[in-house]
Design a protein around this ligand. Structure first.
Ligand SMILES: C[S@@+](CC[C@H](N)C(=O)[O-])C[C@H]1O[C@@H](n2cnc3c(N)ncnc32)[C@H](O)[C@@H]1O
Length: 301
């Protein structure tokens, strides 16, 4: 999800994907990152409601799977998704025949991804690897032709140091000339000054239970110096009689990054920007729309 421009609980896990490592968790003493706990815990509403809210492809992500599939095909080699969450894109790419590794710092989100993977045919599961890792400390025994960070997940990195650590680690995992795609939002100044507000509510149904999830932002704080927006979200679960059966509140923090800032950051970290878009159907960069960048790893000097 992701806060700006806001547009199953499955059966118990049976089979795990091919390889699962648990090298780094949110409580790893050496972790450089302060992990945003928004997506922590498989039982949390913030994890359980994720697919209900985003399965229907709201405008921010409309067409993203096809976009990443096209780049994966053009790049060749193995595919790496950083911050794969519940496997919304990961599973779709494995179903399209790509050999894909998804990493995420949230065990809760990965639990959801594994439950969904367990319901896939063996051939799809065999192409899928889910790993519990932090993208700022990525350490995998493989190199990839194409890596991507979907749905504004890069914006969970709240400092330049964490952004640089993630980009450096990603570059180490790409083959020479490998590609990286990043999806952020293009900062809309009215939303970031408080002059405009986001849609009042997001909602979606859990296909397994028929319960309805509803999310709303209760309040927002801005740190304009650090370019961070903090939204306090309230999620509720309503049963068939509209009775609230669960109610949780958590804060989500996102750092906004300007298009030219991102370009400079990528150059600094050894990437050459190849293309920029304002949506997933090849639209040009546009103020306040999506900020999608495709870059190539440059040879290290
Ligand atoms: C909006 S969800 C995106 C999930 C999925 N990629 C999608 O497009 O539906 C953001 C994800 O970023 C993950 N995340 C945040 N910081 C991370 C980090 N430092 N390393 C890896 N994953 C991270 C969260 O745990 C969460 O699953």
């Amino acid at each position: 999800m992701i806060g700006i421009g806001v547009g199953k609980r499955g059966a118990a896990a049976r089979a795990a994907p091919r390889a699962e490592h648990a090298r780094l968790g949110p409580h790893d003493a050496n972790a450089v990152t302060a992990v945003d706990p928004f997506y922590a815990g498989a039982d949390s509403l913030f994890v359980r409601a994720y697919d209900a809210f985003y399965r229907s492809e709201p405008p921010q992500i409309a067409g993203d799977v096809a976009f990443y599939a096209k780049l994966a095909h053009a790049s060749g080699g193995r595919v790496l998704e950083l911050a794969c969450g519940t496997g919304r894109v990961t599973l779709a790419l494995a179903e399209r025949g790509f050999d894909i590794t998804g990493i995420d710092v949230s065990e809760g989100m990965l639990t959801m991804a594994r439950r969904k993977a367990a319901a896939c045919p063996d051939a799809v599961r065999d192409r899928l690897t889910l790993v519990h890792q932090d993208m700022t400390r990525l350490d995998l025994p493989a190199r990839f032709g194409f890596a991507f960070v979907p749905f504004r997940s890069f914006q969970h990195l709240l400092t330049i140091e964490l952004q640089r650590a993630a980009l450096a680690a990603t570059k180490r995992h790409l083959v020479p000339d490998g590609r990286l795609a990043l999806h952020l939002f293009d900062p809309r100044l009215d939303l970031l000054s408080g002059a405009a507000t986001l849609p009042a509510e997001i909602s979606g149904a859990d296909p397994a239970t028929g319960h309805r999830f509803v999310g709303e932002i209760l309040r927002t704080r801005f740190d304009h110096l650090a370019q961070i927006r903090r939204d306090v979200w309230r999620y509720r679960e309503l049963n068939s009689t509209r009775t609230v059966v669960a109610d949780e509140t958590r804060e989500m923090a996102l750092r906004w990054t300007y298009r030219h800032e991102l370009r400079h950051l990528l150059e600094l970290c050894g990437f050459a920007v190849e293309a920029e878009y304002g949506n997933f159907v090849d639209g040009p960069p546009a103020y306040g729309e999506e900020l999608i960048v495709v870059a190539r790893s440059k040879p290290s000097s």
